[in-house]
Design a protein around this ligand. Structure first.
Ligand SMILES: [Zn+2]
Length: 130
């Protein structure tokens, strides 16, 4: 399946800085402004200081003027399908709705489509308690 977000995520993955894990990941966001923003994982020799592809793409979106994620694609080089990690799910949820589509890709294209609600049911929100 051809998909421009898949193509953008795959191109972003090529820019990954992952010399330690050797595990490149790319992400691409279509934002509410219609623009596509991309990111890759960027590692650090002090491992906790590195970050994932999804927050890279979120940073690009915010700095580019986008405010809401319409849809997001993620691809990893060495996994059949890479889902966003737990921390990233919360970061994505900040700028998404439960219906936001998340595309899991391999090197052939989009292989699975989930919603943010699938990925992170009961996301942390301060208004669910009251
Ligand atoms: Zn992550």
């Amino acid at each position: 399946m051809s998909h421009d977000l898949f193509e953008a995520a795959r191109a972003a993955m090529e820019k990954s800085y992952s010399p330690y894990s050797k595990f490149p990941v790319g992400a691409a966001i279509r934002a509410d402004d219609g623009q596509v923003y991309v990111g890759a994982n960027i590692e650090n020799i002090s491992f906790p200081q590195g970050w994932c592809a999804e927050p890279s793409a979120i940073s690009a979106m915010i700095m580019g003027g986008g405010r809401q994620i319409a849809e997001l694609a993620v691809i990893a080089d060495k996994l059949p399908l890479c889902t966003p990690c737990g921390g990233c799910r919360q970061k994505i949820a900040e700028f998404a709705s439960a219906a936001t589509r998340i595309y899991l890709c391999d090197d052939q294209g989009v292989q699975r489509t989930l919603t943010m609600g699938d990925l992170l049911p009961y996301a942390f929100e301060t208004d669910v308690i009251g």
